[in-house]
Design a protein around this ligand. Structure first.
Ligand SMILES: [Zn+2]
Length: 161
């Protein structure tokens, strides 16, 4: 055991300059990596500012670039989707166990949505009627299909409601 420690010490002594150099190199690497991390952090903050500024302009109707407007619309749509799911998540968390819960799911009252909905008699009279019938709505601004209950057009960024 002591032989091992002795030989290890000798090894350390013989390699001290190399070890010192390696340690210094490690310090320089860590220092430089720290500088890079700080710069990337600042960069991310600026990007966040950039996004916030664009979002504010978009919501004020002052964003003129259509591609930026599209991105802002998509962000707002996602925010809306997140809110919806957060509500659903809360509903699930609030669910209380009841023994006949699973039986009630199978009640004959439940009818799945029709696979091929027949066109309603007043189809085409209004966009809202079409949307509620499950038909694909079109953006009044650019004419591209929009999702049901969409708040913003993902194609042109127009506010839909
Ligand atoms: Zn549109």
């Amino acid at each position: 055991m002591s032989d091992f420690i002795e030989s290890a010490k000798n090894l350390v002594n013989s390699a001290v300059s190399r070890t010192g150099w390696e340690a210094q190199k490690q310090m320089r690497v860590r220092g430089k990596q720290g500088e890079i991390d700080k710069l990337l952090e600042q960069r991310q903050k600026l990007l966040d500012d950039l996004a916030l500024t664009a979002m504010n302009l978009y919501q004020q109707g002052a964003l003129t670039d259509s591609r930026l407007s599209r991105l802002c619309a998509s962000v707002l749509e996602l925010d809306h989707d997140v809110k919806t799911r957060e509500g659903q998540l809360q509903d699930i968390k609030n669910e209380a166990y009841s023994p006949d819960q699973y039986g009630s799911v199978q009640t004959p009252d439940y009818t799945p949505p029709p696979v091929n909905p027949t066109p309603s008699a007043n189809a085409g009279t209004s966009q809202q009627a079409g949307a509620s019938a499950g038909a694909q709505s079109l953006c009044p601004n650019c004419g591209q299909p929009i999702r049901a209950n969409a708040l913003y057009c993902r194609n042109c960024g127009a506010k839909l409601r």
